[in-house]
Design a protein around this ligand. Structure first.
Ligand code: CP
Length: 357
């Protein structure tokens, strides 16, 4: 793999992505062939936010490749609680290890971490922004369960505003031919503009709906998501949105027999337990595909990799990002980095939000 870091899945070429999916399948078939591939290597998992699947599947992936793991699952137990910056934490841990996996509640945090690391950085979720290894998991699941990643009608239902997994998934699947997207949410939890821009830029057919049941018959894939309580400004705002979309057997009555139901998990109440036994439900299988996907990713990222010294990056502009959830709002030493969007406005390189005038 050419990419040094994995911050966002489009950093990988289609060939690299296809190779990873194939490698995940090969590992799945013969895991014992890979038990020594990361012998002597160490992975750091820095989880500033709770996680079950991502953290533990990365840890088991590294152990199954013969490597070891260190890290924290709560920054309170590290020197972060004494006020250490992200920069210093990452710089130090990259002296000890061969790869860093990071989850942090601020958007653009993994990108910021990669600027100070001597070793590859993998984004395990940066706030409500991106979650590329969940998407790799989803692509591996779809490939082995559906047999293709193109010409699919994909329904995405729930919290499309804050659900980082759907942002990464749309970014990736919009690159494959003939995919159509049905975005099912309340108007309040609609996709952010930068995701709509991705659909437009890739010439994808997409539509919006507030009604899951009506759109069900046309779907090849239904990707359910949790309403992300932790991203709401108040409990009151969350209460207004929760429980609106619940997938149950009644709603599946008119769904295709070949439909695949995915969910990144954790689930709260958006899929009734009765759906778990429906053969179209693939979300528990999805978690196992995720472990093989992460084994393939670690293997690909660590192959023939030397440690390199990080280079200092200078600000491109004087302006500061206005997004309060951007990592630059809390780590003030970070350079101001922007690119120009199609409309000429400045786009923050960390969180992808347009700079407000
Ligand atoms: N899908 C996912 O990211 O799950 P965790 O939050 O448990 O890691």
């Amino acid at each position: 793999m050419n990419a040094k870091n994995l911050i966002d899945l489009p950093e990988l070429s289609r060939e690299e992505l296809d190779e990873l999916i194939k490698l995940a399948g090969a590992i799945m078939k013969n895991p014992t062939n890979y038990i020594d591939n990361c012998h002597g290597k160490i992975m750091a998992s820095l989880f500033y936010e709770p996680s079950t699947r991502t953290q533990m599947s990365f840890q088991t992936a590294m152990i199954r490749l013969g490597g070891s793991t260190i890290g924290f699952d709560n920054p309170v137990n590290s020197s972060v609680s004494k006020g250490e910056s992200l920069k210093d934490t990452v710089r130090v841990i990259s002296n000890y290890t061969d790869v860093i996996v990071i989850r942090n509640p601020y958007e653009g945090s993994a990108f910021a971490a990669s600027m100070f690391s001597r070793v590859p950085v993998i984004n395990a979720g940066d706030g409500g922004h991106l979650h590329p290894t969940q998407t790799l998991t989803d692509l591996v699941t779809l490939w082995y369960e559906k047999g293709r990643l193109d010409n699919l009608t994909i329904g995405l239902c729930g919290d499309i505003k804050n659900g980082r997994t759907v942002h990464s998934l749309i970014k990736s699947l919009s690159k494959y031919e003939g995919n159509k997207f049905v975005i099912i949410s309340t108007p309040q939890l609609q996709a952010p503009q930068y995701i709509i821009d991705v659909l437009e830029a890739n010439g994808c057919e997409y539509s919006f709906s507030t009604n899951l049941e009506i759109r069900m018959p046309e779907l090849d894939v239904l990707y359910m998501t949790r309403i992300q309580r932790e991203r709401f400004a108040s409990q009151e705002e969350y209460e207004k949105q929760k429980g609106i979309y619940v997938l149950d057997l009644h709603k599946l009555k008119n769904a295709k027999k070949e439909l695949k139901i995915l969910h990144p998990l954790p689930r709260v109440d958006e899929i009734a337990i009765e759906v778990d036994d429906d053969p179209r439900a693939k979300y528990f299988e999805q978690t196992e595909y995720g472990m093989y996907a992460r084994m393939a990713l670690i293997e690909g990222m660590l192959k023939n990799r030397e440690k390199t010294m990080p280079k200092t990056i200078q600000s491109t502009h004087n302006e500061k990002c206005h997004n309060p959830r951007c990592i630059t709002s809390v780590e003030s030493y970070l350079p101001n980095l922007f690119t120009r969007g199609g409309n000429g406005r400045l786009i923050c390189s960390y969180c992808e939000h347009e700079l407000k005038k």
